[in-house]
Design a protein around this ligand. Sequence first.
Ligand code: SDX
Length: 392
Amino acid sequence: QTGAFTYDPGFTSTASCQSKLTYIDGDEGVLLHRGYPIGELAEQSSFMEVCYLLLNGELPDQGELDSFSRTITRHTMVHEQLAQFFRGFRRDAHPMAIMCGVVGALSAFYHDSTDIHDPQQRMIASHRLIAKMPTIAAMAYKYSVGQPFLYPDNSLSYTGNFLRMTFGVPAEPYVVNPAVEKAMDRIFILHADHEQNASTSTVRLAGSSGANPFACIAAGIACLWGPAHGGANEAALNMLHEIGTPERIPEFIARAKDKNDPFRLMGFGHRVYKNYDPRATVMQKTVREVFEALNVQDPLFETALRLEEIALNDPYFVEKKLFPNVDFYSGVILSAIGFPTSMFTVLFALARTVGWVAQWNEMITDPDQKIGRPRQLYTGPTQRSYIPVGQR
Ligand code: SDX
């Protein structure tokens, strides 16, 4: 009861939306994209196929896939002046800070695809965003390590192109490792879309005002950066480094249970999954495949496996239904491939761009779409009269 107002404690937000893109059953650990299970897509398809599926609703035949891949490839280059943006950042800027700035600036370069009412412009903007994100992400990395930018090589696959722009140098040819390319492509698939998560809802809310798609995706990137969301993959690996050896796991498990300690097990828990995140299952399997292909031994993976085993058998985590999520193992793989932790969320944003774009298109073409306006529950003071400062 706040003054004259009373409010219904049963108040629930009416903020929700309809979508045909992704279905999640958190209790059963089910994730479907347009009806296809994430495990089958991750094991059998490619990220370009999943992009086509999310945007068009059906898996492409070979001709459709080749044509779509060619279209995306044609948009991989960025405007030459965009490179100037990077030079304005300090070298030690977090790559996610650079992504927020550079992607938001795209609307200053691609005026011919900002009219949200023109289906052709919407499609071109969608393709540009999916195609240019790897180029911009690679540029953010190159800038942070003081190496020259590499232009896209469109003879390579979407993912191979990204790996070369990231790890290649002008001084010598870069050979894409097929096992790394396959693992990276699978990681992109696992991050492509995830229903109405915080960053996707941000993109939809920004889009509902009529903002151009580049600005909306930049808003999504900003939201994804948070450690409770996409920033968790970076935080999870930093946590594993802090734990170090399996012998220290009990200390961190105790901290995660301590309500007076803000520490949480990063990469554990989820707003929706109260069962195992099906993406984490694939991710754990992919760690083993990458380690084998690269002949890598990383004690952090053993620590991660041991932490998961202990947590899954701890009554506190069992009762609160806390399982590893997509972010728990991804850092171990990305680190083995050669990415610094600061790039982990950039890779999440790169992959999630197709989901954001598909959700934005679905929202913008909904004839009943109105500007978003989440409800609030007012719990402040009731109306009262102003008191001049001398009488307070
Ligand atoms: C992503 O929404 C999406 O789909 C997101 C995502 C996507 O693809 O877009 O899946 C990507 O963001 C995955 C989540 C990555 N974040 C992390 O791994 C950060 C660590 N996880 C937590 O911060 C947390 O689990 C959240 C933010 C993910 C969910 O938080 P909630 O909604 O508070 O979780 P909950 O309500 O299920 O929590 C139940 C209880 C709470 O304790 P009580 O209030 O009941 O006493 O479990 C506790 C929480 O405090 N809890 C944890 C915990 N997560 C929840 N305790 C310790 N460690 C954790 N990780």
